[in-house]
Design a protein around this ligand. Structure first.
Ligand code: GAR
Length: 200
C-alpha cells in the first residue's frame, strides 16, 4: 500500500508522540495529526510547540460505539491508514480495529509501544509490575494491536538491564530512553514496507 498516512494517539505526557513527530517531520513521513482522549494531556502542548495538527475528544457520557465513531469519522476524513498508539490508555474495540485490518499483511494497521518485554507484564503498569516482580532484565515492545490486551504480533523488542541500585524511577527512565529509540525504528520499518513478524 502506497498511502501511509498516519495518526498518533496519546493520552498523557506524550514524550513518545513528540519523538515520533520530530522523526516524521525530519524524514517527511505523512503524519496527519495527533489525537488525545484527554483535553488537558501534556501531549497537546508539545504538539502546539511543534506546530503539528492535533485535537482531542473526551468520551464523557458517550457510549464506546459513538465515541469511536466520532474518532473514525475524522480518521476517514483525513484518509488515515496507520495508527501509532503512544501511551494511549483506552482499549480500542474489535469493530474499530477491523476498520484497519489489512488482508495482505494479515494484521491491523495499528501499532502500540508497551513498557515491558511482552508477553510478560501486559496492562497499564508495565514498568511498575516488572520492577515489583524483581526482574533483572526488562525491555520495551512495539507490537501490532489485536483484540487482546497487549497480545498482538511483535514488530520490535529491546531489553535493558536492571541494576541492583535502580529505583523504579531510574528503571522507568532507562525504559523510556529505549522507547524513544525503538519507536522511530518501528516507524521506519512500516513506512518502508519492512514489516517482519515471527509466526510458528
Ligand atoms: C510509555 O511508557 C508507554 O510505553 C506506556 O505509557 C507511557 C507513555 O509515556 N504505554 C502503556 O503503558 C500502554 N499500555 P509518554 O506519554 O511519555 O510517551
Amino acid at each position: 500500500m502506497n498511502n501511509k498516512n498516519f495518526a498518533i494517539f496519546a493520552s498523557g505526557n506524550g514524550s513518545n508522540a513528540e519523538v515520533l513527530c520530530r522523526y516524521a517531520l525530519k524524514y517527511n513521513y505523512p503524519l496527519k495529526f495527533v489525537f488525545s482522549d484527554k483535553k488537558d494531556a501534556g501531549v497537546l502542548s508539545r504538539m502546539d510547540k511543534l506546530g503539528v495538527e492535533h485535537f482531542s475528544i473526551e468520551k464523557n457520557k458517550m457510549s464506546k460505539i459513538d465515541y469511536e465513531r466520532h474518532i473514525l469519522d475524522t480518521l476517514k476524513e483525513k484518509d488515515i491508514k496507520w495508527i501509532f498508539l503512544a501511551g494511549y490508555m483506552k482499549i480500542l474495540s474489535s469493530s474499530f480495529l477491523n476498520e484497519f485490518y489489512d488482508p495482505n499483511l494479515k494484521l491491523n494497521r495499528v501499532v502500540n509501544i508497551h513498557p515491558s518485554l511482552l508477553p510478560s507484564f501486559p496492562g497499564k503498569n508495565g514498568y511498575g509490575d516488572a520492577f515489583d516482580y524483581g526482574v533483572k532484565v526488562s525491555g520495551v515492545t512495539v507490537h501490532f494491536v489485536d483484540d487482546g490486551i497487549d497480545t498482538g504480533p511483535i514488530l520490535l523488542q529491546e531489553s535493558f538491564v536492571r541494576d541492583s541500585n535502580d529505583t523504579l524511577e531510574s528503571f522507568k527512565t532507562k525504559g523510556l530512553e529505549l522507547e524513544h529509540l525503538i519507536y522511530p525504528k518501528a516507524l521506519d520499518m512500516i513506512m518502508n514496507d519492512q514489516i517482519e513478524v515471527y509466526t510458528r
